[in-house]
Design a protein around this ligand. Structure first.
Ligand code: CA
Length: 397
């Protein structure tokens, strides 16, 4: 049984409004897709690709290299058709880099400029080949690798899903060894953080989830100009033994299946699970807003008046009849009037509090409060009480 652990994280970065990257991490399928097109279209494209590949996580016993290629070609067709039929998504596309762990090997399927690195024995190598104009120019000897890093057209892709009907998919086989760490990432990491710094972070941290967060922080630390997505698989044990001996979808056990991430929007919890600087800042901000709000509320309450009841006594209060976490009122003066002296239909209004503009107005409300008719008086018929007597507290406003 091959055992793996994995981590995954995505971040919008520092200058993009939306995150057009998508990823998937399952039991043995791992995917990063970097959508292109803007106006939500990139998001749609990367999601289609990831969804298509995620299906393979459910199927065992398939020929994974073929299945990976088939899924990517299907996604290519779906993205292309959608872009052709929906003007809002015209021109959308996506990269895709998918890894399938299959017993003793990892199969890599790749289109575009997202990347797969293998970290083994303290050294990191790039396993995928960028399908970019500059990568082609480097291989043709037109420019050097160093020139490619700062080339103005370094983000121009020569291959992407959704942009052409006949897509060529790179399929590579990576024989696995215990201790291998495989990293899939969008160019928001690889074109921003130098490889030696990526390698140093991977070598320094054993926990794949923490490593993903560290790498995202590194990219953001360098300005985070693009969406950043990292999926990392740590291979703890490698074995083809599961008794079946069947080829394809070999035995793999993800040691932490509880960490399975859903796709798309719901990938946010991966970020939220951590409690980093950003969460702390938000907490402090929320408390500041609450405290600021309460201070403002107190100031407002201080200028407010109302007539209410303190036990049975009609009382003029400074403040508000309603509490917001704290009491916002103080007794200003108790009147000689008690609830028994007030008409019953008016009791509820007093309990709720009658707002006044100022102290004079509050006293006027007290003076105008309808008095209870003396009991046992023959004239105290209910009809003598106006059922909808206008409020003296300006409640019409
Ligand atoms: Ca990107």
């Amino acid at each position: 049984m091959t055992t793996i652990r994995w981590g995954a994280a995505t971040d919008v970065g520092q200058s993009r409004e939306r995150n057009e990257d998508s990823y998937f991490a399952g039991d043995h399928i791992f995917v990063v897709a970097d959508g292109l097109g803007g106006h939500r279209a990139g998001e749609v494209a990367s999601r289609i690709a990831v969804d298509e590949l995620a299906r393979l996580d459910e199927s065992a016993g398939t020929n994974l290299p073929d299945a990976l290629e088939e899924a990517i070609l299907t996604a290519n067709r779906v993205v292309g058709e959608r872009a052709a039929s929906d003007p809002a998504t015209a021109g959308m596309g996506t990269t895709v880099t998918a890894l399938a762990i299959d017993g003793t090997v990892g199969y890599l399927a790749h289109v575009g400029d997202s990347r797969c690195y293998l970290f083994r024995d303290g050294a990191m190598t790039l396993v995928s080949h960028d399908h970019t104009l500059v990568a082609r120019m480097v291989s043709e000897g037109t420019i050097t690798a160093q020139q490619a890093e700062s080339h103005p057209q370094r983000s121009v892709l020569t291959r992407a899903l959704g942009t052409e009907p006949h897509l060529q998919v790179d399929i590579d086989e990576i024989p696995l060894a215990p201790g291998d760490r495989l990293i899939l990432c969008s160019d928001g990491l690889s074109s921003v953080v130098p490889e030696d710094e990526i390698a140093a972070s991977i070598g320094a941290e054993d926990d794949p989830q923490e490593t993903c967060f560290v790498l995202i922080d590194q990219a953001n630390g360098k300005g985070g100009p693009d969406n950043i997505t990292v999926v990392m698989v740590v291979v703890d044990e490698v074995s083809a033994e599961d008794g079946s001996g069947a080829a394809g979808a070999g035995p793999v056990r993800a040691q932490d299946p509880a960490r399975r991430e859903p796709i798309g929007d719901s990938m946010l919890p991966a970020r939220q699970r951590r409690f980093p600087k950003r969460a702390l800042i938000w907490s402090v901000l929320a408390i500041a807003i609450l405290v600021g709000g309460l201070i403002g509320l107190r100031a407002w309450a201080n200028q407010s008046w109302y007539v209410g009841l303190d036990a049975d006594t009609v009382t003029i209060y400074r403040g508000l009849p309603t509490d917001f976490f704290v009491s916002l009122r103080s007794v200003h003066e108790r009147t000689a009037l008690t609830i028994d002296g007030v008409a019953p239909y008016y009791h509820q209004r007093l309990r709720e509090g009658l707002r006044a503009r100022d102290l004079r107005h509050a006293r006027a409300i007290v003076d105008a409060a309808p008095r209870a008719t003396p009991t046992a008086s023959p004239s105290a018929s209910p009809s003598s009480v106006p059922p909808s007597s206008p409020s003296p507290a300006g409640s019409k406003t």
